[in-house]
Ligand binder design. Sequence first.
Ligand code: ADP
Length: 485
Amino acid sequence: HKLCLAQPDLLHTQCLIDGQWVGADSSRTLPVTNPATGEILAEVPALGAAETARAIAAAGRAWTGWRSATARKRAMVLRRWYELILNQSEDLARILTAEQGKPLAEARNEIVYAAGFVEWFAEEARRAYGETIPSPVPDKRLLVIRQPIGVCAAITPWNFPAAMVTRKIAPALAAGCTVVVKPAEQTPLTALALAELAVQANFPPGVVNVVTGEPAAIGDELTANPLVRKLSFTGSTEVGRLLMARCAATVKKVSLELGGNAPFIVFEDADLEAAVEGALLSKYRNTGQTCVCANRFLIQESIYDVFAERLAAKVRTLKVGNGLDEGVVQGPLIDGLALAKVERHIADALDKGARVLAGGERHPLGGWFFQPTVLVEVTPEMLCTREETFGPVAPLLRFGSEEEALAIANATEYGLAAYFYTRDLARAFRIGEALEYGMVGVNTGMLSYEVAPFGGLKQSGIGREGSHHGMDEYLELKYLCLGGM
Ligand code: ADP
């Protein structure tokens, strides 16, 4: 399981500030651990507020040149970065699996997905069109231009160490912004490898900066520094609220992608085979650790037992292990806290009357491995249907009518992704429109693409990433009113 790379210089253990690879002023470091083995892969700098302020200042200086480069020039650099990411995708996937745990096949998919944002926004860079407005008076002309907002901070989570970085910074860079990225402390190596490729792609110094270290120290500077005009965050609702509040002091624009509590509804007219396949994909991808993973399954009464049996039969065959091993489809959880949450949710459900149909316990491999699990006779009082489990647990609830399913599905402060299966076209529209979620999968368990708007309603977030809307988050409208015409 040693990390064998074709290009060993992708494995950086320093931060990128102003085009230079640097350590912490204090020389302090933080370990990066392989969640499958417990082995320490590397030590990365534990930067604090001072180094972060330097990165922000560098991004501020670089902004002048980057914003005035032509859109075509920015597009060409992004395009080069995209090609480098694809060329090095095998190494990137290995680094990703080593620090994050997901199966290598999933890591390869993530690198392609991550590169997709860079390609897409390289294309969008040239389409930041403005508008002209018919004037209400004869001697004036009114027009609107769209300009980059300025220095942007990106704080990213560990569950998609590559894609969350590119989904935020590719549109920022395309728009003409400069960035300071703080990757999750669990998975900084993928972000640093992407930064190395950004250097190779020839982004000017200071346009892309990556800082690793203690989250609060870096986060406090990113949110307080007035040079930072925008913060984009993906992570927990709790931390998102905190960062949003901190950004209020300097009135920064914020984009937030926070937690979810995705319902996965199967109506009795559904194609059951397809629903089971969709459930597997939606629930067990990344060992249940994505913010759009189905968190609760609502199954109509008449098909409940057969759906449960079919899903459990498939779940029992999922191979658990080190993501670098052949055939493994379930890696470890990210850490001990994640494992404890899964155990707490299962214990609470069993205590309140649920039954285990598959899995239910730690995996014999030990460490942070858990058996993929199916729970039946679950009710909306149980923790696993109210909080985001973020693990490989499928809790199955029963419902009678469509109204009941909708009421249960919408009874949450979250509103990120929802899924449902039906063969009735009218119902597909009815439910699709009634679900209070930013993204709805109809007869599919997978809906994330760089060309589509990703984001949530309610307390699941603010703003959209990906698609042509993703650029708007990094552009300001400026209205020019020309008089004396
Ligand atoms: P998770 O529970 O998935 O780890 P978090 O919201 O804790 O989600 O983490 C998401 C990102 O937010 C990570 O990069 C993490 O380091 C960062 N983070 C956590 N706490 C803070 C904080 N107080 N200030 C800034 N960033 C933080």
